[in-house]
Design a protein. Structure first.
Length: 340
């Protein structure tokens, strides 16, 4: 299994969230060719996860360890290229290089008589819809696994924890009028801006090990035209959680005030991970599919590549880290198999 070649092949198939079918079909063919019992796990429309188990004759019992990551990427599509040290392109580190490393590690482990299964999901970059479907599949089919090794770019360090995500929508409504007569209207934007200013100034909790809870105001929309008093405005905010969100939610509601409406459309909780002595560690400031994969075993989080170049126009993965990840995944699986 040539992980560099597989990474480039996967990167060259566009799989922006919602459009993962082509890369899923390609991976399905590769996994079947390698001798895995591979299932296309329905998610919605033509979208599906991939669930691959070594063929029955090559295993004595169901694997207890699952390697998993996601097939989707953020936009825009960027085809692959490489030099002596790096592979470039959208998804090279987040997370198609990780797929290649996990497949290569599973193949090496199988040759040594250690069986792991593979779970590649859709939708991680938007709403973890694929992970949710995988969790339902595990419950329906009574899939019981002891450990889940989830792949995200951690520079091959085991994550002690990953921050959660709380998405917040702040909406203001008003009344349209001609801008020459503002007293006849009611500006939604004039309500939204002070609320956002108060939320930006609001103190956020911090943890000495995990770091601070952070806020990003990622989207602001509103208004009709420069000469129209705006009757609608909204903003999408994202908080990175370092613990339970109950107190933070109440604080957000109180701070935003009663001139806007606040809703919480999505939360992925803060998670602490299983670790292994002797491996370097980190804190993941980002969120993963792990909170939606609770039926797949005790979670570990590790993968090649840097989150600092993920989602950028220059995204890349270092070839050395890719090869080191194969060794690490094998080492981790061997360690975990001794605990089963």
């Amino acid at each position: 299994m040539d992980a560099v070649t597989l990474t480039r092949q996967l990167v060259d198939i566009e799989s922006i969230t919602g459009n993962e079918a082509a890369v899923g079909n390609y991976l399905y063919g590769e996994l079947c060719r390698l001798g895995y019992e591979t299932v296309k796990m329905p998610v919605e429309a033509d979208r599906f996860n991939l669930y691959a188990i070594p063929e029955a004759e090559s295993r004595k019992q169901a694997p207890a360890i699952t390697f998993s990551t996601h097939m989707d990427t953020v936009p825009p599509f960027i085809p692959s290229s490489e030099d002596a040290h790096k592979i470039y392109g959208r998804g090279s580190c987040d997370a198609k290089g990780i797929i290649a490393a996990q497949v290569a590690a599973a193949e090496r482990l199988r040759q040594e008589g250690i069986q792991v299964e593979l779970l590649f999901v859709v939708g991680e970059e938007r709403d973890s819809l694929g992970a949710h479907a995988a969790n339902q599949y595990a419950a329906k089919h009574r899939v019981s696994r002891r450990f889940l090794v989830n792949g995200e770019p951690t520079e091959n360090k085991l994550a002690l924890a990953s921050k959660g995500t709380l998405r917040v929508e702040v909406v203001a409504t008003g009344r349209m009028a001609h801008s020459a007569y503002p007293e006849l209207g009611e500006s939604a934007i004039d309500k939204l801006i002070p609320a956002l200013a108060r939320l930006r100034a609001m103190p956020l909790p911090s943890d000495p090990e995990v770091g601070p809870c952070t806020l990003n105001i990622g989207l602001i929309e509103g208004g009709r035209a420069p000469n129209v008093i705006p009757d609608y405005a909204h903003a999408d905010l994202l908080y990175r959680l370092i613990g339970p969100s109950d107190d933070l939610r109440q604080q957000i509601l109180a701070t935003a005030g009663n001139r806007v409406q606040v809703t919480f459309p999505l939360e992925l909780p803060f998670m602490r991970m299983h670790t292994i002595d002797g491996l370097p560690t980190m804190i993941a400031a980002f969120t993963t599919d792990i909170p939606k994969l609770t039926n797949w075993g005790e979670p570990l989080l590790i993968g090649p590549g840097s989150i600092h170049v993920a989602h950028t126009e220059g995204e890349y993965i270092e070839k050395q880290q890719l090869h080191e990840a194969i060794e690490l995944y094998c080492r981790i699986a061997k360690h975990l198999s001794q605990r089963i």
